[in-house]
Design a protein around this ligand. Structure first.
Ligand SMILES: Cc1cc2nc3c(=O)[nH]c(=O)nc-3n(C[C@H](O)[C@H](O)[C@H](O)COP(=O)(O)OP(=O)(O)OC[C@H]3O[C@@H](n4cnc5c(N)ncnc54)[C@H](O)[C@@H]3O)c2cc1C
Length: 528
């Protein structure tokens, strides 16, 4: 008898459930000549999805392309727009008393005479007065300030001059993925999981469903959000909270119309307020925005009032518009040390969540599904595979925690919340050591090679504006030739000048893509 897994059950129909389902259905059943794995997704008809999670990272275009998704159809169905960077405002005060805006782009620059161009920027300054490091060495900010798309109107889908991610409507994305997964053969059951049956070893043998009764199970993926309904029934591992490193545990969110629907900024905004920060995610059809804060420093009412006042002063909400309906979300910030226990793997919010700054959560779903495919078990479920998967998964959450914490540690805002985010928190030994080392030289590629998400350039782009490298003398400084820097800047400027006029206007590009989107998927039908 074959030892291959014959059936796989995914529980939960949010972004995690459907993205994982689509990826597994596509990859595991790619060869029609082989026996197909029966994949079922069970989704509660009554428990809603979290309904947020609309900014993504640059891995998503690659994931969609790898798993055979037509980009135009995706953009049209999900009201998606392009994201070229994150714009940070009000996170710190500089030496002249200003609160400068800075950008975290998704591109790494080429080297300058074999060395990091950031060294040259420090020593010889920007090519034009006032230009930031980012603007001096990558084109993303020039492109997004011109409200351009990352490619030309006639470029192929998924083509790019600079790396990009998407902004998308979370509910529509889940619907789109569902239709596609069902179209590709996945079985959809709308029912509640009430309990699990286990064998002597504690492995799940069946799920107990409210309407459909016993559902036999070989391998179960728990995508039930913060509840972790299935995983919590077989695992005794405690949830590891990041609350001692990152203080935010609440968000108040709202969806608002565009003030000017033809001016869609191709970037996410993260604007700091007195007790946290506000995300602004402009989709094609509307703007999603929310204030992330700590309940230890703000009541929900205080956060609501500060948030609405910010929306009015920023111009997103007209002064005379009535207050929109907002909703408060609670966040469990932390992770499960062992996402994979016995024959159950938690993916999505059930595996862990690090607050939404830098929009990493959908990425964790993509990478978890890929890691699962690469470590896919036979019925025996080899413990070393499980161990490897769990090491990758916990490493990812710890990497994200550290990177996000840098934003807070390097802020110099004075309010009690901001002081607490740097003075009353734990910092991992790795992060302490890195920040210390980066006083003696800039972050290098090999410093972060073991991290699966953020590179040395991500760290440079968020540390440099806040002065982490200022006023230092580095050994490498004596090896830098000003002529190399001048040539480097001239080359970048000329390539920017030739590319920028050819790139499509963001809004026109989105409109054109939507107009030519195919309609390849039939609406989904599910079993009650
Ligand atoms: C404030 C906030 C902002 C965020 N912003 C971003 C962002 O910008 N970018 C990003 O990448 N991520 C973001 N996230 C995270 C993102 O929302 C989630 O990672 C993503 O939506 C996936 O959620 P999920 O599918 O794991 O859970 P959910 O959306 O909660 O889905 C859970 C599913 O499980 C089902 N379920 C629950 N119990 C049962 C049961 N007993 N039986 C059967 N089914 C059940 C529910 O019906 C639902 O279908 C944000 C999160 C928060 C809290």
């Amino acid at each position: 008898m074959s030892n291959q897994i014959e059936q796989l059950t995914i529980v939960g129909g949010g972004t995690a459930g459907w993205l994982t389902a689509l990826m597994l259905q596509t990859a595991l059943n790619a060869n029609p000549k082989e026996k197909q794995i029966k994949i079922t997704l069970v989704e509660s008809p009554t428990i809603p999805t979290i309904g947020v999670g609309e900014a993504t990272l640059i891995t998503l275009p690659e994931t969609l392309q790898d798993f055979g998704i037509n980009e135009r159809e995706f953009m049209q169905r999900c009201n998606a727009s392009f994201k070229l960077a994150v714009r940070f405002a009000d996170w710190f005060t500089d030496t002249s008393g200003q609160r400068p805006v800075f950008y975290h782009p998704f591109n790494s620059p080429p080297t300058c005479a074999g060395k990091s161009p950031a060294y040259y920027y420090r020593k010889y300054g920007p090519p034009k007065p006032g230009m930031s490091l980012v603007d001096s060495i990558v084109p993303n900010v020039a492109i997004l300030r011109s409200m351009k798309a990352p490619r030309q109107m006639d470029s192929p889908d998924y083509g790019r001059h600079v790396n990009y991610a998407y902004h998308l409507d979370a509910a529509l994305f889940a619907d789109f993925l569902r239709d596609l997964a069902i179209h590709r053969g996945l079985i959809h059951v709308r029912d509640d999981v009430l309990d699990v049956e286990k064998d002597k070893r504690g492995y799940i043998t069946a799920l107990t469903l409210k309407k459909n009764g016993r559902h036999p199970a070989e391998l179960v993926i728990d995508c039930t959000g913060f509840r972790g309904v299935v995983h919590s029934k077989i695992s005794e591992d405690p949830f590891v909270s990041f609350g001692d490193c990152l203080l935010n545990d609440r968000a108040v969110a709202v969806q608002i119309p565009h003030r000017n629907p033809k001016k869609i900024e191709p970037c996410t905004r993260a604007t700091a307020l007195s007790g946290g920060w506000v995300w602004r995610v402009p989709l094609f059809s509307r703007v999603g925005t929310g204030y992330v804060y700590s309940s230890a420093f703000k009541s929900d009412d205080e956060a609501h009032d500060e948030f609405l006042s910010h929306l009015r002063t920023s111009g997103d909400l007209p002064a005379d518009a009535p207050d929109p309906d907002t909703r408060v979300l609670k966040m469990n910030v932390g992770y499960r040390k062992n996402a994979w226990v016995k024959n159950c793997i938690a993916i999505g919010l059930s595996a862990g969540f690090v607050e939404p700054l830098e929009a990493t959560a959908i990425h964790t779903i993509e990478i978890s599904a890929r890691w699962l495919l690469m470590n896919f078990p036979t019925k025996e479920i080899s413990p070393p595979l499980v161990q490897q998967y769990n090491a990758l998964s916990s490493g990812l959450f710890e990497t994200i925690r550290d990177f996000i914490q840098v934003h807070y540690l390097k802020s110099n805002r004075f309010e009690p919340y901001w002081r607490a985010t740097r003075e009353d928190v734990k910092v991992s030994d790795v992060l302490k050591w890195r920040l210390d080392m980066w006083h003696s030289r800039l972050p290098e590629e090999f410093d972060t090679r073991s991290d699966s998400l953020f590179t040395n350039w991500n760290y440079i782009f968020i540390l440099e504006p806040k002065g982490h490298f200022s006023g230092k003398e580095y050994a490498i400084d004596t090896m830098l030739d000003q002529e190399d820097w001048q040539k480097y800047c001239a080359g970048l400027e000329s390539s920017k000048q030739s590319v920028l006029p050819r790139l499509a206007d963001h809004y026109e590009m989105l409109t054109a893509m939507r107009g030519t989107a195919p309609n390849t998927i039939q609406p989904a039908t599910s079993l009650a």
